[in-house]
Ligand binder design. Sequence first.
Ligand code: ZN
Ligand code: ZN
Length: 576
Amino acid sequence: MSVIKVMSENLANKIAAGEVVERCASVVKELVENAIDAKAENIKVNLVKGGLEEISVIDDGVGMDSDDALLAFQRHATSKIYKDDDLFFIGTLGFRGEALPSIASVSEVTLETCKKDIGTFIHIKGGNLLEQKPASSRIGTKITITNLFYNTPARLKFLKSENTELANTTNFLEKIALAHPEISFSLTNDNNNIFKTSGSNNLLKCIHEIYGLSISSKMLPINKLNDDFALSGYISKPEILKSNRNHLITFINGRVVRNNDINKAINDAYYTYKPDGKYPVVVINIDTDPTLVDVNIHPTKQDVKISKINDLYNLIYETIKDALYNSLLIPDMSKVSEEDKNTNPSFTPIKDYVDNFKDLQGKQTTFDFGNEQKPVVNEEFKSLVLHPVGLCLGTYIVCDNEDGIYLLDQHAAQERVNYENYLANLKKDKINIIDLLIPISIELSQSEFIKFELYHDVFDKMGFVWEVFGINTILVKSHPTWLKTGYEEESIRKIIDLIINLEGNFDPIKFRENVAITLACKMAIKANEHISMLEIEGLLNNLVKCDNPYNCPHGRPTIIKFSIYELEKMFKRAMD
Ligand code: ZN
Ligand code: ZN
């Protein structure tokens, strides 16, 4: 084996290292992917000081003989011609490509591996082979990286604090563990356990091992395919809210990928089930023909481009929407307070991980994975019999049934009813209109008037009949019947406000949404309005008919529940 060749390539490797290796997490990624390709069943990642001092990856996969081991540190190792696309076709065994030579060129590496009872030990520093000798036999491969970027000070400066490096590595490893529930992963830092998965090949159990019971007990299974894509995985109920997209986890053929269209499909499917800017936890694997996926966008190969992305978008969007529609989504409050330490929406990503660690280390939970949650058909909400008890604080409707006590936010609930009603009317092609005996005059400023004239088509198409009346004033003579009686002028004024705020290309769907949400809020009962029992019953009857009775159009909950069991526990009527 030509050691000289390895050395002469050193410069190229150092340059390549800049593309492939950015931080500790990218080193871990390369080493772990190698271990997966080596068919490991157990992969241990041990860090010292978040990886800044030491990264070691130990696997029980297929090891290497001494020739292969050395070859692994050469660029474009000739035994396997490597293309980016290979990633999506076959898992090549053992080390591949330029990642390992690149890592070795900017750090100190020791490798212990074994094939057919013959062990090999290799020690390389800055790309130079310091030692190669036989070693005792072992199962699999252990590779240890120290002094990362010691000979590239500019790169070294890019490494962040121990906490940040640890958070990045944890984030990556959690994702890859979810992509491979059949492999047991463990991560330690300074000998402290960060997380461990059991390799049970049960995705829900793997979600539980990583996120804890508070999340895993609120996941809904999804499973759907079309001609080109097969989706499977879990999505969280809307009550789980994260403040970033970090937990929208997608795999294509088992590889962790990032794609904005996929994230958009997920986010759009949760529209009005959650507030904007908050995100669910989603773990989806997409199986597809590898030729539909282009991985050559970014050297770290997480960003991908997908052919037939519109079909995939629709499949993801429809599947998630159906899953939400067919599930009972009333948050059970008594459980939230106990367990949901890591769903506090205001945490930073780092704190998120830290909380997760604490959660996983401190808690022994039993969770029956034998009978996975059976989806509840939305009919069950519709047949949910809620007996209204009364109104509290002029704001919250109290109901009960044999399962517990329910609180509804009267404003949020009516907002939802109004929203679905307005939206249905705005979508209708045939518009019923009312001619006014006394026209409504709306006074505008000069600039508002100019803007209104520019977009007046929008107003006309909604069914309004109007004429200019004096300076900057319009006279509305007819309006669609769905405007709330007694609030016609206020509603028209709101709609005109939305029209004069239009900019650029007119998006009819977005405009409809805006009108429906704005009017829904304006026309809903406010807090501190004491409504009668009859009005409460009317509101409940209407809410039950909604497509999504659980959230107002801003994504806030309309209804929460205190289960009878939890209440009995609180009052010590039931001992557990
Ligand atoms: Zn509102
Ligand atoms: Zn709202």
